[in-house]
Design a protein around this ligand. Structure first.
Ligand code: CDP
Ligand code: CDP
Length: 225
């Protein structure tokens, strides 16, 4: 087993994974690894290169152009496409609506898997995604499966987008979340599913502080074991 502590946080879209993981990474001085950002980056790279999202072979060739930068205790993971920073650009609606297809490709997943494991071999990590507890870090000391009702998740996204000055449509947001969850849960390789040894945390009706406190307690308990 690795000498570094590994916390895996998986769950459906907008359950609060990245929000919670960032706060805990800062508090514990761990490296925060957002694996979704990696899949988003490949998706954006394909768009910028004019490559069809259906073209797995050409998309896989884009992987060497992507890099991430992180620091222990700094709750920000920056993403680059060659020398261009794309940390914000990967959050676009176009990327969000196409990332699940790109993330279903074996060639893309295999390469990112190696990279994700390497980071966790060299650092204490809190890593969020869809397959961290099941596939990327099967020996993680703490595995959390974070969920919330789809209504509440859509509501959270709605508030977030409104605060950014956007004018989202609630039903569209909700449908997009449901579609993405369906695709992520039904793909052949590493589908979104709760690891048998993961702790289910339902955040419906809970504040960010309450969830942070709950998960921090679980981590502390395991650190002392
Ligand atoms: O929008 P949200 O923060 O919920 O998603 P994300 O974490 O940025 O992930 C974007 C997409 O990447 C997911 O919908 C999955 O299709 C894919 N993904 C994955 O397949 N495996 C992971 N470990 C992380 C993300
Ligand atoms: O990473 P993931 O897609 O799972 O979700 P997120 O981007 O961390 O969270 C989605 C939104 O829900 C953010 O605007 C958070 O501030 C909000 N949130 C919340 O209101 N209450 C929680 N308990 C957790 C997250």
């Amino acid at each position: 087993m690795t000498k570094y502590f590994q916390v895996a946080i998986d769950g459906p879209a907008s359950a609060g994974k990245s929000t919670i993981a960032k706060i805990i990474a800062k508090n514990l001085k761990y490296v925060y690894v957002d694996t979704g950002a990696m899949y988003r980056s490949i998706t954006l790279a394909a768009k910028k290169a004019g490559i069809s999202y259906e073209n797995e072979e050409q998309i896989a060739e884009l992987l060497p152009n992507i890099s991430i930068r992180f620091e222990p205790g700094v709750p920000v993971q920056r993403v680059f496409l060659n020398d261009e920073e794309i940390t914000e650009a990967i959050r676009s609606t176009d990327v969000t609506n196409n990332v699940s297809l790109v993330a279903s490709y074996a060639s893309v997943r295999e390469n990112l898997l190696k990279y994700q494991r390497q980071i966790a071999t060299d650092n204490h990590v809190i890593m969020d995604g869809r397959d961290i507890g099941t596939t990327v870090l099967p020996d993680a000391q703490v595995k959390i499966f974070l969920v919330a009702s789809v209504e509440e998740r859509a509501e959270r996204r709605y508030k977030e987008n409104t605060a950014k000055g956007m004018t989202p449509d609630f039903e569209t947001l909700k449908k997009d979340i449901e579609d993405r969850d369906y695709k992520d849960s039904h793909r052949e390789i590493s589908p979104l599913t709760q690891a048998s040894d993961a702790i289910l945390v339902d955040t419906t009706g809970l504040s960010i502080e309450e969830v942070v406190s709950k998960i921090t307690n679980i981590i502390k308990k395991n650190q002392n074991n």
